[in-house]
Design a binder for this molecule. Structure first.
Ligand SMILES: Nc1ncnc2c1ncn2[C@@H]1O[C@H](COP(=O)(O)OP(=O)(O)OP(=O)(O)O)[C@@H](O)[C@H]1O
Length: 260
Protein backbone atom coordinates (compact mmCIF):
# COMPACT_ATOMS: atom_id res chain seq x y z
CA UNK A 1 0.00 0.00 0.00
CA UNK A 2 1.54 3.30 -1.06
CA UNK A 3 1.66 6.31 1.25
CA UNK A 4 -0.41 9.37 0.46
CA UNK A 5 1.30 12.63 -0.42
CA UNK A 6 -1.63 14.91 -1.17
CA UNK A 7 -5.37 14.42 -0.86
CA UNK A 8 -8.18 16.68 -2.00
CA UNK A 9 -11.60 15.90 -0.55
CA UNK A 10 -14.84 17.06 -2.10
CA UNK A 11 -13.31 20.07 -3.77
CA UNK A 12 -15.73 22.58 -5.24
CA UNK A 13 -14.91 25.71 -7.26
CA UNK A 14 -17.64 28.02 -8.46
CA UNK A 15 -17.09 31.04 -10.67
CA UNK A 16 -20.37 32.90 -10.20
CA UNK A 17 -23.01 30.55 -11.57
CA UNK A 18 -20.50 28.18 -13.17
CA UNK A 19 -19.24 25.18 -11.21
CA UNK A 20 -15.79 24.57 -12.73
CA UNK A 21 -14.89 21.82 -10.23
CA UNK A 22 -17.77 19.86 -8.71
CA UNK A 23 -17.15 17.80 -5.60
CA UNK A 24 -13.90 16.23 -6.78
CA UNK A 25 -11.86 13.95 -4.53
CA UNK A 26 -8.38 12.82 -5.61
CA UNK A 27 -5.28 11.41 -3.95
CA UNK A 28 -1.72 11.48 -5.18
CA UNK A 29 0.65 9.02 -3.52
CA UNK A 30 4.43 9.07 -3.00
CA UNK A 31 6.43 8.42 -6.19
CA UNK A 32 3.43 8.14 -8.46
CA UNK A 33 3.05 9.29 -12.04
CA UNK A 34 -0.58 10.29 -12.54
CA UNK A 35 -2.49 11.60 -15.53
CA UNK A 36 -5.37 14.07 -15.44
CA UNK A 37 -7.40 14.03 -18.63
CA UNK A 38 -10.74 15.33 -19.88
CA UNK A 39 -12.24 17.41 -22.67
CA UNK A 40 -11.69 21.16 -23.03
CA UNK A 41 -13.23 23.06 -20.14
CA UNK A 42 -13.49 19.93 -17.96
CA UNK A 43 -11.81 21.75 -15.05
CA UNK A 44 -8.28 20.30 -15.22
CA UNK A 45 -6.34 23.57 -15.01
CA UNK A 46 -8.76 24.89 -12.41
CA UNK A 47 -8.05 21.83 -10.27
CA UNK A 48 -4.29 22.48 -10.58
CA UNK A 49 -4.91 26.13 -9.66
CA UNK A 50 -6.83 25.05 -6.56
CA UNK A 51 -4.16 22.58 -5.47
CA UNK A 52 -1.36 25.14 -5.91
CA UNK A 53 -3.13 28.05 -4.21
CA UNK A 54 -3.49 30.14 -7.38
CA UNK A 55 -7.27 30.07 -6.88
CA UNK A 56 -9.01 29.56 -3.50
CA UNK A 57 -11.45 26.64 -3.20
CA UNK A 58 -15.14 27.37 -2.69
CA UNK A 59 -15.26 24.34 -0.39
CA UNK A 60 -13.40 21.11 0.29
CA UNK A 61 -10.18 20.12 2.03
CA UNK A 62 -6.66 19.86 0.62
CA UNK A 63 -4.10 18.04 2.76
CA UNK A 64 -0.38 17.45 2.33
CA UNK A 65 1.28 14.55 4.12
CA UNK A 66 4.73 15.53 5.39
CA UNK A 67 7.31 14.05 7.74
CA UNK A 68 5.92 16.43 10.35
CA UNK A 69 2.34 15.20 9.91
CA UNK A 70 -0.65 16.23 7.84
CA UNK A 71 -0.73 19.89 6.80
CA UNK A 72 -3.85 21.65 5.52
CA UNK A 73 -3.19 23.62 2.33
CA UNK A 74 -6.54 25.43 2.45
CA UNK A 75 -6.07 29.18 2.33
CA UNK A 76 -2.32 28.92 1.67
CA UNK A 77 -0.74 31.24 -0.90
CA UNK A 78 1.18 29.87 -3.93
CA UNK A 79 4.54 30.77 -2.33
CA UNK A 80 3.65 28.90 0.86
CA UNK A 81 2.55 25.88 -1.15
CA UNK A 82 5.81 26.01 -3.10
CA UNK A 83 7.65 26.09 0.22
CA UNK A 84 5.74 23.00 1.28
CA UNK A 85 7.28 21.13 -1.67
CA UNK A 86 4.76 21.54 -4.49
CA UNK A 87 5.84 22.94 -7.84
CA UNK A 88 4.17 23.40 -11.21
CA UNK A 89 4.43 24.50 -14.78
CA UNK A 90 1.78 26.45 -16.67
CA UNK A 91 0.14 25.91 -20.06
CA UNK A 92 1.80 29.06 -21.38
CA UNK A 93 5.57 29.36 -21.11
CA UNK A 94 6.69 31.64 -18.27
CA UNK A 95 10.43 32.01 -18.71
CA UNK A 96 12.49 35.18 -18.36
CA UNK A 97 13.06 35.36 -22.10
CA UNK A 98 15.93 37.88 -22.03
CA UNK A 99 17.90 36.05 -19.35
CA UNK A 100 20.20 33.12 -19.98
CA UNK A 101 19.12 29.54 -19.44
CA UNK A 102 21.42 29.28 -16.40
CA UNK A 103 20.02 32.48 -14.85
CA UNK A 104 16.47 31.26 -15.39
CA UNK A 105 17.27 28.23 -13.22
CA UNK A 106 19.25 30.25 -10.66
CA UNK A 107 16.37 32.67 -10.24
CA UNK A 108 13.97 29.80 -9.60
CA UNK A 109 16.31 28.73 -6.79
CA UNK A 110 16.95 32.24 -5.50
CA UNK A 111 13.27 33.08 -5.04
CA UNK A 112 12.86 30.23 -2.66
CA UNK A 113 16.25 30.74 -1.08
CA UNK A 114 15.17 34.24 -0.04
CA UNK A 115 11.95 32.89 1.38
CA UNK A 116 13.85 30.39 3.45
CA UNK A 117 12.48 27.45 1.47
CA UNK A 118 15.53 25.26 1.75
CA UNK A 119 16.17 26.01 5.38
CA UNK A 120 12.60 25.16 6.29
CA UNK A 121 12.21 22.08 4.14
CA UNK A 122 15.53 20.37 4.42
CA UNK A 123 16.46 21.48 7.91
CA UNK A 124 20.00 21.93 6.65
CA UNK A 125 20.47 25.60 7.54
CA UNK A 126 22.54 26.35 4.48
CA UNK A 127 21.39 24.21 1.61
CA UNK A 128 23.11 26.46 -0.87
CA UNK A 129 25.63 28.29 1.25
CA UNK A 130 26.88 30.56 -1.49
CA UNK A 131 26.06 31.85 -4.96
CA UNK A 132 28.68 29.41 -6.21
CA UNK A 133 26.84 26.47 -4.62
CA UNK A 134 23.64 27.57 -6.29
CA UNK A 135 25.34 27.91 -9.66
CA UNK A 136 26.83 24.43 -9.32
CA UNK A 137 23.42 22.99 -8.47
CA UNK A 138 21.85 24.80 -11.45
CA UNK A 139 24.58 23.52 -13.76
CA UNK A 140 24.01 19.97 -12.52
CA UNK A 141 20.30 20.22 -13.29
CA UNK A 142 21.03 21.61 -16.75
CA UNK A 143 23.42 18.72 -17.41
CA UNK A 144 20.77 16.16 -16.43
CA UNK A 145 18.39 17.76 -18.93
CA UNK A 146 20.99 18.04 -21.67
CA UNK A 147 20.91 21.84 -21.58
CA UNK A 148 24.57 22.52 -20.74
CA UNK A 149 25.33 23.53 -24.33
CA UNK A 150 22.76 26.33 -24.21
CA UNK A 151 23.36 27.46 -20.59
CA UNK A 152 24.63 30.90 -21.71
CA UNK A 153 21.98 31.47 -24.40
CA UNK A 154 19.07 33.83 -23.75
CA UNK A 155 15.95 31.70 -23.20
CA UNK A 156 14.19 33.40 -26.12
CA UNK A 157 16.74 31.89 -28.55
CA UNK A 158 15.76 28.32 -27.69
CA UNK A 159 13.41 26.25 -29.85
CA UNK A 160 9.95 25.88 -28.36
CA UNK A 161 10.42 22.28 -27.20
CA UNK A 162 13.61 23.18 -25.34
CA UNK A 163 11.91 26.15 -23.68
CA UNK A 164 9.29 23.78 -22.32
CA UNK A 165 12.04 21.51 -21.03
CA UNK A 166 13.65 24.51 -19.31
CA UNK A 167 10.32 25.23 -17.62
CA UNK A 168 10.38 21.76 -16.11
CA UNK A 169 13.97 22.30 -14.94
CA UNK A 170 12.90 25.55 -13.28
CA UNK A 171 10.03 23.79 -11.53
CA UNK A 172 12.48 21.14 -10.30
CA UNK A 173 14.95 23.75 -9.04
CA UNK A 174 12.76 24.19 -5.97
CA UNK A 175 13.31 20.52 -5.07
CA UNK A 176 9.61 19.64 -5.03
CA UNK A 177 8.07 16.43 -3.72
CA UNK A 178 5.08 16.95 -5.99
CA UNK A 179 5.23 18.39 -9.50
CA UNK A 180 2.19 19.44 -11.53
CA UNK A 181 2.76 19.67 -15.30
CA UNK A 182 0.02 21.46 -17.25
CA UNK A 183 0.08 20.18 -20.82
CA UNK A 184 3.87 19.98 -21.05
CA UNK A 185 3.76 18.71 -24.63
CA UNK A 186 1.41 21.43 -25.93
CA UNK A 187 2.69 22.75 -29.25
CA UNK A 188 5.41 20.13 -29.57
CA UNK A 189 6.01 17.99 -32.63
CA UNK A 190 5.75 14.17 -32.29
CA UNK A 191 9.49 13.70 -31.86
CA UNK A 192 9.71 16.36 -29.13
CA UNK A 193 6.65 14.83 -27.47
CA UNK A 194 8.25 11.37 -27.45
CA UNK A 195 11.46 12.84 -25.95
CA UNK A 196 9.46 14.64 -23.29
CA UNK A 197 7.54 11.50 -22.40
CA UNK A 198 10.79 9.67 -21.71
CA UNK A 199 12.09 12.63 -19.75
CA UNK A 200 9.02 12.86 -17.50
CA UNK A 201 9.27 9.18 -16.69
CA UNK A 202 12.98 9.56 -15.97
CA UNK A 203 12.48 12.59 -13.70
CA UNK A 204 9.80 10.83 -11.69
CA UNK A 205 12.04 7.81 -11.23
CA UNK A 206 15.38 9.54 -10.62
CA UNK A 207 14.10 12.35 -8.40
CA UNK A 208 11.72 10.06 -6.44
CA UNK A 209 8.88 12.54 -6.76
CA UNK A 210 5.20 12.46 -7.59
CA UNK A 211 4.20 13.93 -10.94
CA UNK A 212 0.67 14.83 -12.02
CA UNK A 213 0.31 15.48 -15.71
CA UNK A 214 -2.48 17.23 -17.62
CA UNK A 215 -2.38 16.10 -21.20
CA UNK A 216 -4.57 16.17 -24.27
CA UNK A 217 -2.48 13.66 -26.17
CA UNK A 218 -4.03 10.38 -25.00
CA UNK A 219 -1.18 8.27 -26.37
CA UNK A 220 1.35 10.25 -24.33
CA UNK A 221 -0.64 9.85 -21.15
CA UNK A 222 -1.46 6.19 -21.62
CA UNK A 223 2.17 5.28 -22.27
CA UNK A 224 3.62 7.03 -19.31
CA UNK A 225 1.28 7.18 -16.31
CA UNK A 226 0.46 4.56 -13.69
CA UNK A 227 -2.98 5.91 -12.84
CA UNK A 228 -5.42 8.37 -14.36
CA UNK A 229 -8.25 10.64 -13.32
CA UNK A 230 -10.80 11.66 -15.91
CA UNK A 231 -12.76 14.88 -15.47
CA UNK A 232 -15.87 15.87 -17.37
CA UNK A 233 -17.89 19.05 -16.81
CA UNK A 234 -15.96 19.64 -13.59
CA UNK A 235 -16.83 16.25 -12.08
CA UNK A 236 -14.75 13.11 -11.72
CA UNK A 237 -15.89 10.65 -14.35
CA UNK A 238 -13.42 7.82 -13.73
CA UNK A 239 -10.21 6.77 -12.00
CA UNK A 240 -7.99 3.82 -12.82
CA UNK A 241 -4.98 2.39 -14.61
CA UNK A 242 -4.55 3.23 -18.30
CA UNK A 243 -6.06 -0.11 -19.36
CA UNK A 244 -9.00 0.31 -16.97
CA UNK A 245 -9.64 3.80 -18.31
CA UNK A 246 -9.41 2.66 -21.92
CA UNK A 247 -12.09 0.05 -21.21
CA UNK A 248 -14.31 2.24 -19.04
CA UNK A 249 -17.67 2.60 -20.85
CA UNK A 250 -18.35 6.08 -19.42
CA UNK A 251 -14.94 7.30 -20.60
CA UNK A 252 -15.32 5.75 -24.04
CA UNK A 253 -18.69 7.44 -24.39
CA UNK A 254 -17.84 10.85 -22.95
CA UNK A 255 -14.21 11.40 -23.76
CA UNK A 256 -13.34 9.23 -26.71
CA UNK A 257 -16.69 9.88 -28.36
CA UNK A 258 -17.37 6.19 -29.03
CA UNK A 259 -20.19 3.86 -28.10
CA UNK A 260 -20.28 2.40 -24.62
N1 LIG B 1 -11.11 32.59 -13.56
C1 LIG B 1 -12.20 32.06 -14.11
N2 LIG B 1 -13.36 32.73 -14.13
C2 LIG B 1 -14.48 32.20 -14.68
N3 LIG B 1 -14.54 31.00 -15.25
C3 LIG B 1 -13.40 30.27 -15.27
C4 LIG B 1 -12.18 30.75 -14.70
N4 LIG B 1 -11.22 29.81 -14.88
C5 LIG B 1 -11.82 28.78 -15.52
N5 LIG B 1 -13.13 29.06 -15.76
C6 LIG B 1 -14.09 28.16 -16.40
O1 LIG B 1 -14.05 26.92 -15.74
C7 LIG B 1 -14.23 25.84 -16.65
C8 LIG B 1 -13.05 24.89 -16.54
O2 LIG B 1 -11.90 25.49 -17.15
P1 LIG B 1 -10.46 24.85 -17.10
O3 LIG B 1 -9.52 25.81 -17.76
O4 LIG B 1 -10.13 24.40 -15.73
O5 LIG B 1 -10.66 23.57 -18.01
P2 LIG B 1 -9.56 22.61 -18.61
O6 LIG B 1 -10.07 21.22 -18.40
O7 LIG B 1 -8.22 22.92 -18.06
O8 LIG B 1 -9.65 22.98 -20.14
P3 LIG B 1 -8.51 23.01 -21.30
O9 LIG B 1 -8.23 21.58 -21.59
O10 LIG B 1 -9.21 23.70 -22.41
O11 LIG B 1 -7.34 23.75 -20.75
C9 LIG B 1 -14.39 26.47 -18.02
O12 LIG B 1 -15.76 26.57 -18.31
C10 LIG B 1 -13.75 27.83 -17.84
O13 LIG B 1 -14.31 28.77 -18.73
Amino acid sequence: MSSPLLTAQQIVKSFGGLTAVANVSVHFDQNELIGLIGPNGAGKTTLFNLLTGVTPVTSGAISLYTDQGVQSLNGKKPAEIAQAGISRTFQNIRLFKELTVLDNVRIAMTNHYREGFFTSIFRTPKFYRTEADMTTAAQKLLAIFDLTGVADQPAKNLPYGIQRRLEIVRALATKPKLLFLDEPAAGMNPEETADLTRLIRQIQHDFHITIVLIEHDMSLVMNVVERLYVLEHGALLAEGTPSEIQQNPAVIKAYLGGEA
